[in-house]
Design a protein around this ligand. Structure first.
Ligand code: ZN
Length: 128
């Protein structure tokens, strides 16, 4: 199943937890695993707190500080920072599913991470 994601900024974290739950319902998945895979080289997926929105703001602040947009990179497309962030954060997450619910902790949510937006993106969901 493919989840479309529209991003609005160069760097952005979008909570996709509810969308993944909706996909699980639509696919009739009750128990197993859900692999969330991002088929892009300048985006990523991660799990972190989705209760307080300032957590993702702080994470983006630090990620952008660690990997500045301009730093004498060699890649001619000009988006090396986005490629580096994509690899640091990672392209997939595997989450257990029980009773049709992602087995995330109380404060956890799934975030699509945009590092070279705005763009139209895809998230692949594989149910096992
Ligand atoms: Zn590139």
């Amino acid at each position: 199943m493919i989840l479309p994601v529209k991003t609005h900024s160069r760097t952005e974290m979008i909570d996709i937890t509810d969308d993944v739950h909706a996909a699980l319902r639509e696919a009739g998945v009750r128990d197993g695993f859900c692999m969330v895979f991002v088929p892009h080289t300048t985006a990523a997926v991660t799990i972190n707190e989705n209760a307080d929105p300032t957590v993702k703001d702080d994470m983006l602040k630090v990620i952008n500080k660690i990997v500045p947009w301009d730093d004498g990179y060699r890649h001619l497309e000009g988006n090396s920072a986005a490629h580096i962030k994509s690899t640091l954060v990672g392209a997939s997450e595997l989450v257990a599913v029980a009773g049709g619910k992602l087995q995330l902790g109380t404060w956890q949510g799934l975030f699509f991470c945009e590092f070279d937006g705005p763009r139209r993106r895809k998230v692949h969901l594989h149910f096992i």
